[in-house]
Design a binder for this molecule. Structure first.
Ligand SMILES: [Zn+2]
Length: 277
């Protein structure tokens, strides 16, 4: 599943290749995504120029002329690829190319999604604050207001596991399952610890390391599991840097103790019983 680093990597690629291009035609071949693509999307987007591309949590925010935004969420298996002359179409199954935008230079931006859990939605810039998908999202992990003091404040009295707190999108936007395990390993905090019992110093560490791990993952274009490919059809490389995730029974990179797996909040979690308290 694409997480924040994958979406941010994609944003950076598209900023270089697609900003300044004008959509001359759009085609919705399959509207049944997680939310139905509205029937007027193709018509409403044609003629608009891409002026910039932002990101909020795992949503790409494609800024269009005429004060509109197209929000794109990749769901479980979506990809958005800018296909130019040298693009290898064989990397994607054409049956899952659901939405296609043709640009003024003949290149195409294609939304492909085998499992159809994604979302494409055109919204007016003015109403962006009230968009239901964005309401209630916590700060971005790179924002100044996401820090140890903030985590301290929101975790007091919380009985749930610290890992669930980190994955709560209302607390911090964009930390998924893989990265939560990695962050807690580096912070030396056990994922099952009650959030309200994690100390101020540990929370400060967790906040700093959250940004650090996500930055590293962005630098590696994210983590590839199963079929995820970025906008250029390339896999992410962060998988080779994972220290605990999916390493049950393998020796800890710090102390050689076998890594353990535990289910927390219905998600697999991995930790070193010796390094993490
Ligand atoms: Zn260890």
């Amino acid at each position: 599943m694409p997480e924040l680093p994958e979406v941010e990597s994609l944003r950076r690629i598209l900023v270089r290749s697609a900003v300044g291009r004008t959509v001359v035609a759009a085609k919705v071949k399959e509207a049944r995504l997680r939310r139905m693509v509205t029937p007027d999307l193709a018509r409403a987007i044609a003629g608009r120029t891409i002026e910039g591309i932002g990101r909020r949590a795992k949503y790409l925010m494609i800024e269009l002329s005429g004060d509109h935004l197209m929000m794109v969420h990749l769901g479980m298996s979506g990809s958005l690829t800018h296909r130019r002359g040298d693009f290898d179409d064989a990397a994607f199954d054409a049956r899952h190319d659901h939405v296609e935008f043709t640009f003024d230079d003949g290149s195409r931006l294609v939304y492909n999604d085998p499992r159809r859990f994604g979302l494409l939605k055109l919204v007016a810039h003015a109403g962006v604050e009230s968009i239901v998908e964005l309401k209630g999202l916590g700060p971005e992990p790179f924002a100044k207001d996401f820090n140890g003091e903030y985590l301290w404040r929101v975790s007091r009295g919380r009985r749930g596991a610290i890992k669930n707190l980190l994955m709560d999108q209302g607390i911090v936007a964009g930390v998924g399952n893989i990265y939560a395990s990695e962050i807690l390993f580096r912070a030396r905090v056990r994922p099952s610890r009650r959030a309200g019992r994690v100390t101020r110093a540990e929370l400060a560490r967790i906040a700093t390391i959250t940004a650090e791990v996500l930055r590293e993952a962005i630098g590696s274009r994210g983590t590839t599991f199963r079929s995820y490919r970025d906008s250029q059809g390339q896999p992410g490389r962060f998988a080779s840097k994972l220290r605990v995730y999916d390493r049950e029974g393998q020796p800890c990179v710090e102390c050689a103790t076998p890594i353990r797996a535990v289910v927390i909040g219905q998600r697999s979690s991995f930790y070193c019983p010796r390094c993490q308290k």
